[in-house]
Every structure is written in C-alpha cells, then in structure tokens.
Design a binder for this molecule. Structure first.
Ligand SMILES: [Zn+2]
Length: 159
C-alpha cells in the first residue's frame, strides 16, 4: 500500500515538474496562469499594460546598488548604475543592462505616439522609453516599480 502511494506521488511530481520546465523555458503562459501567479496590481501593469500612479512606486527613490529584474520572469533588465532621478515619478534608467532583454514596441494608445518597453523573455509590460534622457545615451527608460524586482549587490560600496 505504501509503495503504491509512493509511486503515485512520484508520478505526480514528475508530471508537474515537466510542465514547470516547459513553461519556464518558453516563458509563455496563459492569461489564467499569469493571473494566478501575479498580484492584482502586478497583473494589471505587467499583463494589461497598466501604469502605477506617479511617485507611488517602491523603487522610485530607491538608491541601493544592485540589479533590477523582471517581476514576472526574473530576467535581468537594469542595473542601479544607470538609474537616475528623472523627476517623473517613476524609476528611470538611461540604459538597459542588456539590450536584448528589452523589446521596444510602438504604442499609439491614449492619443500619443510612444515607445513601449517589454521584457523580451516573457512579453510583460515594463513602461516606455523616451529620447529625453541624460548622457551618454540620451534615452530615458521610464519603468513601473511594479514591473521590477530588485536584487541587492552582495558587497555594498562604502559611503
Ligand atoms: Zn519577463
């Protein structure tokens, strides 16, 4: 009896493991899966192209050294090295950590022509990029805090 139970458990865990690796590799999930995994606010911003209210986000005034990752899939998006205070009310960066991790899409909603930025790996909405940033790039990646997950550097530089 016990052996049988063990085999049932083993088969079930193997099956769910298979599904997990499959969806993680593709980083493609159904709407229902995203809804289950993300908080209401994360789902609204990341999957429905929402925007958090200005000056409300947890990373707007965040100054720790480290890296910012996609809140939906964990992909590396930005480094604190390129973060600057734009006065816009949202975390702003003048360059991505790796260009290939960010996808730019033309956004003509709300009567404006803007460039939307998405996570290249899972397609989640991050924010917009504007050509009014500081040197050296002249670009301003304006990102919702909700779309980001901060990872602090192990060694913090001495003040
Ligand atoms: Zn992602």
């Amino acid at each position: 009896m016990k052996t049988r139970l063990f085999f049932i458990l083993l088969t079930t865990s193997l099956l769910s493991y298979g599904q997990l690796t499959d969806s993680t590799m593709k980083k493609e999930k159904t709407d229902r899966q995203w809804q289950n995994e993300l908080s209401v606010e994360e789902y609204r911003v990341l999957r429905q192209c929402g925007t958090e209210p200005a000056f409300s986000g947890k990373y707007y005034k965040h100054k720790d050294k480290g890296t910012y990752h996609c809140a939906a899939c964990g992909e590396l998006l930005f480094s604190s090295e390129t973060k600057f205070d734009s006065g816009s009310g949202w975390p702003s960066f003048y360059a991505p950590a790796d260009k290939k991790n960010i996808k730019e899409v033309l956004d003509t909603r709300h009567g404006m022509t803007r460039t939307e930025i998405k996570c290249a790996h899972c397609g989640s909405h991050l924010g917009h990029v504007f050509p009014d940033g500081p040197k050296p790039s002249g670009m301003r990646f304006c990102v919702n805090s909700v779309s980001l997950e901060f990872e602090k550097d192990e060694v913090q530089p001495e003040e």
